[in-house]
Design a protein around this ligand. Structure first.
Ligand SMILES: NC(=O)c1ccc[n+]([C@@H]2O[C@H](COP(=O)([O-])OP(=O)(O)OC[C@H]3O[C@@H](n4cnc5c(N)ncnc54)[C@H](OP(=O)(O)O)[C@@H]3O)[C@@H](O)[C@H]2O)c1
Length: 275
């Protein structure tokens, strides 16, 4: 192909105008940032989380930025997932972008780590992603073409790549769930490619959110020291990678796990570079 006849403008490569997206856990933290980022780029967005109040608040926050709807739904519950799938069908008819972002964590010493906590984290971070994605494949497939695949973007974690220690309290289920989610992403990529649906995972490092309030309060300087860039992530750095994965430019990126952690997951923490 002659590159002189190609259009490599930012609009053509990254424009998302008119697409439809569902962002689970879109009422706070990273999900709220991603929902806003999609809206600001002309995407019609549905967000979902358990709390009616958080849905109402997020709706108020996001309405100025575009066409947004919020559905109160617990993604770990089959009936709630069915409600969400029905809402997507009714509102959009088909779905271009599914962002599986809702997540939970549980930290406790090994001998005290409860079965219920382990199960809750696996249910939210892994089992619900599998079930919701499976049930939304028909809607994703309806929006998909070979030239313009539909996208599944799973929010994993650098903690699914390395074993986290900086927060001091072990998070066995969280790390295991995110590592499994990364692998599930690859399995989806292989399974769904033929239907023109891609699947990728973003593996964030530390970003400010409700989930990280406690660790930021107590261990922020350790977190910064652990990162080669000596800082936590900024909202635009998550939104940017999502826009790429959802865009024309990202159409051929499939089955990847992309760390957005300033290099934390490949570093061994702070070193004094004295000779
Ligand atoms: N912040 C970080 O540093 C960081 C790093 C790596 C990965 N992540 C991942 O990023 C994602 C977002 O986390 P966050 O940091 O933004 O935390 P957050 O502010 O606590 O947001 C979590 C969101 O998920 C929703 N949620 C939780 N359980 C749910 C359920 N069962 N059904 C539906 N919605 C549910 C919450 O709303 P409700 O309470 O209303 O349900 C909320 O909207 C998670 O998958 C997390 O593991 C975050």
């Amino acid at each position: 192909m002659d590159s002189t006849s190609e259009n490599f403008s930012i609009d053509r490569l990254f424009g998302l105008f008119g697409k439809t997206a569902l962002v689970t856990g879109g009422t706070s933290g990273l999900g709220l940032h991603m929902a806003k980022g999609l809206l600001q780029n002309g995407v019609k967005v549905m967000i979902a989380s358990r709390s009616e109040d958080k849905c109402a608040q997020a709706l108020e926050t996001l309405t100025p930025f575009g066409e947004i709807v919020a559905v109160a739904a617990d993604v770990t519950k089959q009936e709630a997932r069915a409600k969400l799938v029905a809402a997507v069908e009714a509102r959009f008819g088909s779905l271009d972008i599914l962002v599986n972002n809702a997540g939970a964590n549980w930290g406790a010493p090994l001998e005290e780590y409860p079965d219920a906590g382990f199960a809750k984290v696996m249910d939210t971070n892994l089992n619900a992603v599998f079930a919701l994605t499976r049930d939304l494949v028909p809607a994703l497939a309806r929006a998909a073409t070979a030239d313009s695949p539909s996208r599944i973007v799973n929010i994993g974690s650098m903690d699914g790549i390395h074993v986290p220690i900086v927060q001091r309290v072990p998070t066995f289920a969280y790390s295991a769930s995110k590592a499994a989610l990364h692998h599930l992403t690859k399995a989806f990529a292989v399974e769904l490619g033929a239907q023109h649906i891609t699947a990728n995972a973003i593996a964030p490092g530390f970003f400010e959110s409700k989930m990280t309030d406690h660790v930021f309060e107590h261990y922020l300087s350790d977190i910064e020291d652990d990162c080669p860039l000596h800082r936590v992530g900024r909202p635009e750095e998550i939104v940017g990678i999502l826009v790429y994965l959802a865009s024309r430019a990202g159409s051929y990126t499939n089955g990847t796990v992309i760390p957005v952690d300033g290099g934390t997951s490949i570093s061994k923490g702070k070193r004094e570079w004295t000779l």
